[in-house]
Design a protein. Structure first.
Lengths: 212, 56
């Protein structure tokens, strides 16, 4: 019973979904009242956050059960699936939202590579003066991130087959296969061949990394 | 710039801080040890990105 009670976020998000499916149209028609707007903004946001944290909690316990090489994969796929599903849902809502995928990916890259890395180095530097890095893992991530993101995000700006920063079908197909191939290789490397060296090297403690 | 919403790529303006970020990350992860300075520089790049969100 107590185990079922702990799953209240599921009930909350299902209830929110049903309520908005039934009444969403008329509720969202008039957002001129700021309090109503805040409620309509914060309620679904709270439901999304609740579900996301519940999902990560479950993924983590599954990962702990299946053990290390596959556990990382479970966490990675859970977070990536969550993210891809949210972006796809927004993009599906209209053609004007088609840039959301690109902007979200760019934001994630900037937040992780600049915001999080900077914060870690700054706070760690203040506390320990100098820190050593797990270079093998970091460089593996970086080596995949650089070609993947530059080809996908920057190359369309400079291609001339189609106008603007867009891709022709051939270019798109190439990018899709390249992304899938690189990411597949990376997952294989992370889970099978070199997982020991990527996950922990030199430190006694285990660091869990997953590319989201 | 007006139909940037339909672009696949970032466009030239936002590509620049992105390239800088990659260069900076390479420098950071080449070093055997890191210190406060690198963290501050990374955060500076993040602030530049935030600024570009509001005014371009």
């Amino acid at each position: 019973m107590s185990a079922a009670l702990k799953e209240w976020p599921l009930a909350a998000s299902v209830a929110t979904t049903l309520v908005f499916l039934l009444l969403g149209q008329q509720w969202l028609a008039d957002l001129s009242n700021p309090f109503w707007f805040a409620l309509m903004l914060l309620w679904p946001l709270a439901a999304i956050l609740l579900s996301a944290f519940a999902l990560v909690r479950h993924a983590e316990s599954v990962a702990a059960k299946v053990g290390e090489p596959l556990g990382t994969l479970v966490l990675t796929l859970a977070v990536t699936g969550l993210e891809a599903m949210m972006i796809a849902a927004i993009m599906y809502s209209g053609p004007s939202e088609s840039s959301v995928g690109r902007d979200t990916m760019f934001a994630v890259i900037m937040i992780v590579l600049n915001g999080l890395v900077g914060l870690c180095l700054l706070l760690g530097g203040l506390r320990y003066r100098e820190q050593t890095l797990n270079l093998y893992g970091a460089n593996a991530f970086l080596a995949v991130i650089i070609p993947l993101t530059v080809l996908v995000l920057v190359m369309p700006t400079f291609t001339t087959t189609t106008g603007g920063a867009t891709s022709s079908p051939l270019q798109s197909v190439f990018l899709i296969f390249m992304s899938v191939g690189l990411y597949g290789t990376f997952l294989a490397l992370q889970t099978r061949w070199h997982c020991e060296r990527i996950l922990h090297r030199g430190h006694g403690r285990r660091e869990r990394q997953h590319g989201g | 710039m007006e139909d940037e919403a339909h672009y696949h790529g970032l466009g030239e303006l936002r590509s620049l801080p992105y390239h800088l970020t990659l260069l900076l990350s390479i420098v950071t992860f080449m070093l055997p040890r890191t210190n406060v300075l690198l963290g501050a520089v990374h955060l500076l790049m993040f602030l530049a990105y935030l600024m570009l969100l509001f005014e371009r």
